[in-house]
Ligand binder design. Structure first.
Ligand code: SAM
Length: 187
């Protein structure tokens, strides 16, 4: 990604700070950490929540196998257009709230996701919406699937832990700002 693209993405995140909750796209180091638990040779359906400018989306697509599906759920119409322009046959871009993942998957005839990768700004979401999203992720995941989520603080660790008993916490300094990564296994 060029310096100009990073600046232009940062400006868009800043313009939408109340829904993006960030000022910069995720770094390669954070993305690698987020995706490390995923076995791409076995995953058939991955759901991405809050793809934004598509920095995680592009890495997911580069690692996913040919006959798999990536369902991206985003509320910002500008980002949706940009994601659609990726024109990858495996990609389904859905304009809806992350609290309605199951409905979105059902419409596509998909019952469950192998993994859920989320960049949602949990810390700035209203409590009831956050709870709905976490429960939606839980009901969407296959047993043994991983929900991976980054955050800039540990404020919502207990919310995540109350839904997913098996949570591993990671951290990377190599992102602006440095970020925690929650890796939650559905049991
Ligand atoms: C921090 S940005 C992530 C951008 C990119 N994935 C990255 O890691 O740099 C969070 C994204 O979540 C989206 N978002 C916020 N609330 C949402 C919701 N309830 N449902 C779906 N997407 C949401 C925002 O529009 C924004 O694009």
């Amino acid at each position: 990604m060029s310096d100009w693209s990073r600046w232009s993405d940062s400006l868009r995140f800043l313009k939408n700070i109340r829904t993006s909750g960030t000022i910069a796209p995720s770094s390669k180091f954070l993305i690698d950490r987020m995706l490390s638990p995923i076995d791409f040779s076995a995953a058939q359906c991955i759901v991405e929540l809050g793809p934004g400018n598509g920095c995680v989306t592009r890495t997911l697509l580069s690692r996913m196998r040919e006959n798999s599906v990536l369902v991206c759920i985003e509320v910002n119409s500008e980002f949706i257009l940009e994601l659609e322009s990726l024109q990858d046959p495996r990609l389904r871009v859905i304009s809806c709230c992350a609290s309605t993942i199951s409905e979105a998957l059902n419409k596509m005839g998909i019952e469950k996701a192998d993994h859920v990768v989320s960049s949602l700004p949990l810390a700035i979401l209203q409590g009831t919406l956050r709870d709905k999203i976490l429960s939606s992720v839980d009901s969407t995941l296959k047993d043994g699937g991983c929900y991976t989520q980054y955050q800039y603080s540990l404020n919502n660790f207990s919310d995540v832990k109350s839904v997913f008993k098996n949570v591993t916490l990671g951290f990377t300094l190599r992102n602006v700002p440095p970020a925690f990564v929650y890796q939650c296994i559905k049991s």
